[in-house]
Each structure stands twice: as structure tokens, then as C-alpha cells.
Write a protein that binds this ligand. Sequence first.
Ligand code: NAD
Length: 356
Amino acid sequence: MDIFAHMTRYGFEQLLVCHDRVSGLKALIAIHSTTLGPALGGCRMYPYADEDDAILDVLRLARGMTYKNAAAGLDLGGGKSVIIGDPRRDKNELVLRAFGRFVQTLGGRYYTAEDSGTSVEDMDVIGRESDYVLGLSTSGSSGDPSPVTALGVWRGMKAAAGMRWGDESLKGRVVALQGAGHVGYSLARHLADEGARLVVADVVAERADRVAREFGAQVVAPDAIHAVTCDILSPNALGATINPKTIPHLKCAIVAGGANNQLEAETDGDELERRGILYVPDYIINAGGVINVADELEGAYNRDRALKRAATIQVNVRRVLELAASEGMPTYRAADRIAEQRMGAIGRLHQMYLPG
Ligand code: NAD
């Protein structure tokens, strides 16, 4: 691939190619933007088929973090890293510490954290070589982000309900949950507490059964959940579940969930709009996780402060949906516009000379 053409097109700052002969480490660190502050984004470990796949993935993910962090009101830019390899086979202390050394060379331009294929324990190992690692297991670190993410998703759903039905209460609303993992389970609790009626599916049957047992949800098969007649469809499993194959079957008024990259392509967002389905942009509603980990940068981590901040996702979602409605644009575009406006406005302040 033509890396510079891609970086020019999407405004990337830096791509660091990391290699360590002895450990066999092959990793990439992408910094999309530091306009608002140091780049923050997790470290993914995955056995990419080839280098181009890994480069495209890290660039796409880093750019996504710029938008997520900006729209969440954080003073952080966007970055991401990938370690090329199978986490079950290729992960070891040396690989992780070698990666940590590379993170350290960036001197705080990039903060790393857990992502798929890496764990809190891995962050502890990376943290032996770098000061720029968040989400360690030691006390004072932010721990499991999922409950904070779920709180944000629940609050964002309420904002969407307000836009759609003029009433933010979810009491009596039917919510179909795709995925009952960390986020899905915590979200189910909030929704059940508010009196929503739940339908749930998970490929791991016990997880769906637990939500049924504890919150009275109805269980359906994983391949049927998107077609359930409901008020809100909530993707909390994989990405790209809103696509040309699933959209014709949707029988919901709102799509709002914690999963990343819910739309397979932007055209799917256009199609939802055309069908009158209100899509709550994923990176706006699922920002609770990054809000949680970013709290570590404010001094000692404070769970209450992180939860309070995640609750403001309700306001953010409202802003995005109102902008989309007033400008007649799809909601995913309104989200991008808000993130870009904030980067333009706040980033400009950094051009002002400060003595000392
Ligand atoms: P998880 O692995 O704990 O849960 C995902 C669940 O989805 C699992 O129980 C899995 O069995 C189920 N699943 C997988 N494929 C499915 C399918 N086809 N149909 C139904 N269920 C299926 O992960 P999580 O931490 O709950 O995260 C869920 C999603 O939210 C992911 O896309 C993640 O990237 C995103 N996200 C998570 C956080 C967080 O704080 N954990 C933050 C932001 C975004």
C-alpha cells in the first residue's frame, strides 16, 4: 500500500514500525493526531494475514480514537498500536517488554492500554518498560472499563429515546441486546432497573441465560436478534453487524449499543437514515471505556469522577442527534462534525504562545 498517500489523505502524524530481532517483536504504533493532547488508544495483538492488513488496521483504529477522544471532550489525541502475532502462541514477557521500550521512545506522545488480544496483566509487563501505559492491575488504576461503558450506553439510549419519542424514560421499552458479555450484562442491569423489557442473544448460551435469569429477559438465537421486533436494537458483540444483509430485517426504531464499528460502511448509516431508524454513533455512545482509563491521567484514578463523566454521554448523544436533525444529515456525519469542530477550536488554542 502507499502509506504516505493514505497518511496524507486522512491526516496522520506518525507511524512507527517496531522490530526487535531477539524477541521477534513486530509491532506498529500509529499516531493519528495530537492536536488535543497525547494520543491514547489500546494495543491490539492479532495474527494479521499480512503487513498491509496490520498497517490498515492500526491506521483505521488510531483515527477512530482521535474522533472518539475529541467528541468525548477529552484533552487527548488519537493513536493505537498493534502487535503482529497470535496472542495465545506468540505473547511472552520479552515481546511485551520490547514493545514497552518502543512506547517509551515516544516520550508520552502515545499512551497505550488494553485492547483485544492483550490484558491488564500484559499492561503490567509493558509498564515495566514504559511510563505511558494505562489500565495496570495495581491499585489506583482504572480496572475493568465495562461498567463505565455500559453506564454511558444506557444514558445515551435515554437521549436517543428522548429524541425519538419525546420521553427519555425506557420503562416498558423493548430493548434487544446482541451480546451479553461485559458491556451487555452491565447494560442489561441498568435497563432492567429502569423497567425496560429485554430480549437477549449471545453465542455463549450461559451468558444469555444469566441475563434471562437475573433480569427476566427473553432469549433468542444469535442469528435472530437483529430481526426482533423492538424499540431499540443494541449491538454489544462484534463490529459490522449493521450491514446490507441485516438492515432489511431490522424492526427497531433506534440502534444504540456499545460495540465498536457497528456500521460495516458509512453507506449503512445512510441506509438506516433512509429507513427512519435512528442510529446513535458508536464512538459517541461507547466512550465510557476511554473516559474511564483517561481518568488515570488526572492524578489518582477516581471511579466516581469517571462515572460522572461517562454520564455526560447523554448530553453528547443529544447534541449529535440534534445537529443531525437540524442539518438533515446522517447521525454518523454529525458525530464526525462535532469531533472535528472541537479539534479545530480547542487545537487552535495550542498555537497561542505561553511564556515559560
Ligand atoms: P465481551 O467479549 O465481554 O462480550 C461480547 C459478547 O458478545 C460475548 O459474550 C460473546 O460471546 C458475544 N458474541 C460474540 N459474537 C456474537 C454474536 N454473533 N451474536 C451474539 N453474541 C455474540 O466484550 P465487551 O467488553 O462486552 O465488549 C463488547 C463490544 O463493545 C466490543 O465490540 C468492544 O469492542 C466494545 N467496547 C467495549 C468497551 C468496554 O469497556 N468493554 C468499551 C468500548 C467498546
